[in-house]
Design a protein around this ligand. Structure first.
Ligand code: PXL
Length: 277
């Protein structure tokens, strides 16, 4: 069985970060180890959330793992809390990278043209240095605009997205993916660029008229799970996009839906079909 480690916060309530990565990647038949970077009462879209930083635990955890000779088939990072955490995780990449494993960085920090409350532009530039060490990065257009310095646009064409993918790939990752890309009204999707093979891939679904928190984490987690199931990057993006869309569809149908996340649990049987489990 493949084993990955995912490094992000625990938002105790909020259907994001580790509380979605763990169930999704595990359900895809992949052992899911974690490093919790902080414990929050909820994600940061709630008011008055509590937060306990766990940065000082990261090195002792990885030192123990090194002694135990524990390795990983993938390393996946999501929401991170500080410059110091990024430095520590960059070193962790150096220690745990092998010729065969995959590093996926989801530079979670912004959406809809704005940074999340905890972050500023300097943090986005710092996150770009972590993206430089990844094999695959999966920012949304807002995150990519902060990391590349390109203007954020809500109305754009394919040339803008391709230029952004070009600038992202200059950061260093082999495969750069932009999420939330739409070229036609009523659709939304993802576009990826494999710089070694100079190859683009676009995949879209019907755009559902709702926007929910946590969908980026669901997308990234599903990508990691699909890659660990032996799918290539393009099929992995497709499965992740389809599952995320189904999560949103089921959530829209649910009159009792929570405001803070999606019904990803209900869409799990669909995900199992997608990966033939
Ligand atoms: O879903 C991304 C995410 C993860 N973790 C925390 C967040 C957010 C988004 O707001 O606040 C703590």
């Amino acid at each position: 069985m493949k084993r990955i480690v995912t490094i992000q916060d625990i938002s105790c309530v909020g259907k994001c970060s580790l509380t979605v990565a763990l169930p999704i990647i595990s359900a895809m038949g992949v052992e899911t180890s974690i490093i919790p970077t902080a414990v929050l009462s909820t994600h940061t879209m709630f008011n008055n959330f509590t937060c306990k930083d766990l940065t000082e635990e990261i090195n002792p955890i990885t030192e123990h793992w090194k002694k135990e000779e524990i390795g990983f088939d993938a390393i996946y990072t999501g929401y991170l809390g500080s410059f110091e955490q990024i430095d520590i995780i960059a070193n962790l990449f150096d220690d745990f990278k092998t010729p065969d494993n995959i590093i996926l960085v989801d530079p979670v920090m912004a959406d809809n043209g704005k940074l999340y409350p905890a972050f500023d532009e300097a943090f986005a530039k710092k996150m770009a240095t972590l993206c430089a060490k990844a094999d695959i990065i999966v920012p949304n257009i807002t995150e990519a605009s902060f990391m590349t310095g390109m203007e954020y646009k809500e109305v754009y064409d394919e040339a803008y997205i391709k230029e952004m993918l070009g600038k992202l790939s200059e950061l260093g990752a082999k495969i750069s993916v932009l999420t939330g890309v739409s070229f036609k009204e009523g659709t939304t999707g993802v576009m990826g660029y494999d710089k070694e093979n100079n190859e683009y891939f676009y995949y879209s679904n019907e755009r559902l008229n709702a926007s929910y928190h946590g969908t980026g984490d669901i997308f990234a987690s599903t990508c990691v799970g699909a890659l660990m199931n032996g799918l290539n990057w393009k099929d992995s993006l497709k499965i992740a996009a389809d599952y995320t869309a189904e999560c949103i569809r089921l959530t829209m149908e649910d009159p009792a839906k929570p405001w803070y996340g999606v019904n990803f649990e209900e869409a799990m049987p669909y995900l199992m079909k997608l990966i033939n489990k």
